[in-house]
Ligand binder design. Structure first.
Ligand code: ZN
Length: 377
C-alpha cells in the first residue's frame, strides 16, 4: 500500500499539474469505485482544483467554483467539495494527455483536465481502491485521526504512542494513532531505531521514544527525497518493495548494518521484517507459519536456528517430513566474510512465497493422505 513518502510525491505531481485547472469531466470504468452518492459526481465537474493534500494514506483533491483560486487567492480553505481517493494496495495514478482512454483491465477512472488526464488504475483482481466525493463534514468523517509525526514534537508523539499499550509495530501502523505509516516504512523505521517490532509501547523510556521520533523523521524524509528524485516526469514505479530498503521485503537477505539474515513474522496476509542482531538482541520472534511446523520447538536465537538447520540436513530428512518442511522456511546464513549476499537466500518474490506455501500445503496434504491410508489399513 502506498504510504506517506509515495503519497506525498504523488500529491506534489498531481498538484503541479491540476491546481488552478478545471476538472472538466470524470469517467468511471466501474461504478463500484465511487463509494458515495451525495453529492452526485456531476457536482464535481466544472470546478477548479484549489488544493491537493493527504489524509492518512488518502489523496484529497479540493474543488471550488471555477475561478475561485484566481479571484480570491485562497487555497484549501475555499474548497467546497473534496474528491478523496484511497489507493489501498494496488491502486496507482498515471498522468496522460487530455482525453486518454481508460486502460482495459486495470482502469478504474479518469479525471480530465485541460492540462491532461489523471488515470486511476488498480493492478489486482480485488478492486479495493475507492473514490469518495464529500463536503467538509464528510471529509472530517473520513479522517482516521492519526497525527502527522513529521509535524509533531517529541512530547505530542510520546503522548500519542503511550495513549494505548500495543506492540511498536501495531502502534506505528495504526492510522488512528499515526498518519501515513504502513507495513513497509514501519519495518524501516524500527530497523533504523534498532527497536523490536514487538516491544510494548508502555515499556518505552523517554530516550527510546525520542530516538524513535528521530528515526521516523530520518526514514520518511530520506525516502520522500529519494522517491521525488526517482519520479522524473511522474511517479510510475510506486511499490512497497524497493532494493534500497534495509529490511522490508528482505527476508533472508543480509542486514545492511550487520550482515546477518533478515527475519520475518508472518500474520494474516502481512509480513514484518526485522534484523535480530540489530533489533531484538538476537532473539527470533515467533513466526506463526514456522512455529506451526516446528510444533512449538521454536529456536530462540539465530545460533539455535542454525544448529537446527544443520541437524535437519544431517538427518537427510525425508521429503515431506516436518524437518524438511521447516528447513524450507529457514534462510541461509550469509558467509562470515564480508556480509555478501547469501548464495542460497530464497528470492523474495510473491511467486516464491506462494510456491513455498503451496509446497507446504501439498506436503501436509500428502501426510494427511498417508495417515488416512494407514488408518484404512
Ligand atoms: Zn542487523
Amino acid at each position: 500500500m502506498p504510504e506517506l513518502p509515495d503519497v506525498d510525491v504523488y500529491i506534489e505531481h498531481i498538484a503541479a499539474r491540476t491546481r488552478g485547472h478545471a476538472l472538466e469531466r470524470i469517467r468511471l470504468a466501474s461504478p463500484f469505485v465511487l463509494r458515495t452518492a451525495d453529492p452526485p459526481l456531476a457536482a464535481a465537474t466544472g470546478r477548479e482544483v484549489v488544493s491537493v493534500t493527504r489524509l492518512g494514506k488518502r489523496i484529497v483533491v479540493g474543488l471550488a467554483a471555477a475561478g475561485e483560486s484566481a479571484a480570491s487567492g485562497r487555497a484549501a480553505g475555499s474548497a467546497e467539495l473534496y474528491l478523496v481517493i484511497h489507493l489501498m494496495v494496488a491502486g496507482r495514478f498515471r498522468w496522460k494527455p487530455a482525453g486518454a482512454p481508460i486502460p482495459g483491465k486495470l482502469g478504474l477512472a479518469a479525471f480530465d483536465f485541460d492540462s491532461g488526464t489523471l488515470l486511476l488504475t488498480e493492478a489486482s483482481t480485488k478492486k479495493r481502491a475507492s473514490i469518495h466525493l464529500v463536503r467538509a463534514a464528510g471529509l472530517a468523517a473520513l479522517d482516521p485521526g492519526g497525527i502527522e509525526v513529521l509535524g509533531s514534537d517529541v512530547a505530542t508523539f510520546a503522548a500519542r504512542l503511550r495513549s494505548e499499550n500495543h506492540t511498536l509495530k501495531r502502534a506505528l501502523t495504526d492510522p488512528h494513532l499515526f498518519s501515513g505509516i504502513g507495513n513497509a516504512y514501519s519495518d524501516e523505521i524500527l530497523h533504523h531505531a534498532r527497536m523490536s517490532p514487538v516491544k510494548l509501547t508502555s515499556r518505552l523510556t523517554d530516550a527510546e521514544i525520542a530516538g524513535l521520533h528521530a528515526s521516523i523523521h530520518v526514514v520518511l524524509e530520506e525516502w520522500t527525497d529519494r522517491l521525488r528524485k526517482e519520479a522524473g516526469e511522474f511517479p510510475e514505479k510506486v511499490t512497497a518493495f524497493r532494493p534500497e530498503m534495509a529490511v522490508h521485503g528482505k527476508y533472508g537477505k543480509p542486514c545492511p548494518r550487520c550482515g546477518r539474515p533478515v527475519q520475518r513474522i508472518r500474520y494474516a496476509a502481512n509480513e514484518s521484517n526485522y534484523c535480530p542482531t540489530c533489533q531484538t538482541d538476537d532473539k527470533l520472534l515467533a513466526d506463526r507459519s514456522l512455529s506451526r511446523l516446528m510444533r512449538g520447538d521454536w529456536p530462540k536465537t539465530l545460533e539455535e536456528l542454525e544448529a537446527k538447520k544443520t541437524q535437519s540436513r544431517a538427518a537427510a530428512a525425508p521429503a515431506g517430513s516436518i524437518a524438511a518442511r521447516a528447513a524450507s522456511f529457514i534462510p541461509a546464513r550469509p558467509p562470515a566474510s564480508a556480509g555478501a549476499p547469501p548464495a542460497t537466500a530464497p528470492p523474495k518474490t510473491d511467486a516464491s512465497r506462494a510456491s513455498t506455501k503451496a509446497d507446504a500445503t501439498r506436503a501436509s496434504t500428502k501426510a494427511d493422505g498417508a495417515r488416512a491410508g494407514a488408518r484404512r489399513r
